[in-house]
Design a binder for this molecule. Structure first.
Ligand SMILES: *Cc1c(COP(=O)(O)O)cnc(C)c1O
Length: 345
């Protein structure tokens, strides 16, 4: 029962095939070959952004840190939520890559940045003595499994832009969000005012690629220098590009996201039938936050269930303990059923 993370899922066979294809013979290094050119063109195509600068890196942390470093100066503030991946899960990579820009926390509600809180946080800037306006960074799907509507993204973008700041979107689960909202990649990014996207692939069936998309290519060269200096310019770029190329061919990215979301919807429906399961956030994509008694955790744990458990297994059996359950594109029905069956005891 593998609900630990969507990056625990396998690589899609079509992506493996593309890697094997890419391995035919020689190709110039550092992206000076056809596959990289084609994959970048596909990203621009899918995002309806012919002018955008597109780069491939191997981790989401690198994508976020390099994008934010390109958008900000060392004495700037980067606004994000307390549960943002850049705040909680990147070992200060954004601060490191920016050379000192300061993550500044803005109140959230179920993982969603609050517009009023952003406005008041921005209102505190401006003095010579404090940080300067740098960037706003939000995450879609949020770190709590919830989604911004397009209007909510547009509102945060307006607030950011009014303060002369770009809006960065951490899209580690961009495809899952697009699939649920039924919108285009363009609608969920530049059309809503987003200036830069970390476009995830690894959590949705790739071996390890995220794209950074800068809709305004003005700072492209700066990005390239930072990427090289940060050790993220891959010489065998064709193997990153081949994955992204396959991902964006025939809508594979959206198909896999729809599968992951459907699996999570089934798990949600099943857990809603169980009285002692509490939903801590309303799941909207492929990630659930629920709480249930320790006794259930113990039973699941003894049968080898893998998921992020928010407490210890020792203690009173009826104490409620949180869990994060994530479905990847390959999650089969029988594992969901197996998980649910543990609540029959
Ligand atoms: C997984 C994830 C990332 C990227 O993590 P890496 O381990 O660096 O690839 C970035 N943002 C969010 C919200 C994530 O869930």
């Amino acid at each position: 029962m593998r609900f630990a993370s969507d990056n625990a899922g396998p690589v899609h066979p079509a992506v493996m095939d593309a890697l094997v294809q890419a391995n035919q013979g020689w190709a110039l290094p550092y992206g000076n070959e056809d596959i990289t050119e084609r994959a970048c063109a596909r990203v621009r195509d899918v995002f309806e952004a012919p002018e955008a600068a597109v780069y491939f890196v191997a981790t989401g942390t690198a994508a976020n840190a390099l994008a934010l470093a390109t958008l900000t100066r060392p004495f700037d503030a980067i606004f994000c939520t307390p549960e943002a991946h850049i705040e909680e899960d990147e070992c200060n990579a954004p601060e490191f890559y920016t050379g000192g820009a300061k993550l500044t926390l803005v109140d959230s509600h179920h993982g969603l940045m609050r517009a009023d809180a952003l406005t008041s946080a921005i209102g505190k800037l401006g003095s010579l003595h404090g940080p300067q306006p740098g960037a706003v960074s939000i995450t879609q799907v949020t770190e709590r499994g919830t989604l911004y509507t397009l209007d909510q993204i547009a509102e945060l973008a307006r607030i950011a832009h009014n303060a002369n700041m770009p809006l960065h979107l951490d899209g580690a689960r961009f495809a899952n969000a697009c699939s649920v909202l039924g919108c285009t990649a363009a609608e969920m990014s530049w059309k809503a005012g987003v200036d830069a996207v970390s476009f995830g692939g690894t959590k949705n069936g790739l071996m390890g690629v995220e794209a950074v998309i800068l809709f305004n290519p003005e700072k492209a060269w700066q990005f390239e220098l930072r990427r090289k200096r940060g050790g993220h310019l891959f010489s065998k770029k064709r193997f990153l590009a081949a994955q992204m190329d396959a991902y964006l061919t025939d809508g594979l990215w959206l198909d896999m996201a729809a599968q992951a979301n459907a699996a999570a919807a089934k798990l949600t429906a099943g857990l809603k039938q169980i009285d002692r399961v509490r939903f801590d956030h309303a799941p909207q994509a492929n990630m659930l936050y629920v709480s249930f008694p320790r006794a259930d955790h113990q039973r699941l744990h003894n049968d080898g269930a893998q998921y992020d458990c928010k407490g210890t297994l020792d203690g009173p059996p009826d104490e409620m303990i949180g869990a994060r359950l994530v479905c990847d594109w390959s999650m089969p029905d029988h594992l969901i059923q197996q998980f649910l069956d543990h609540f029959d005891g």
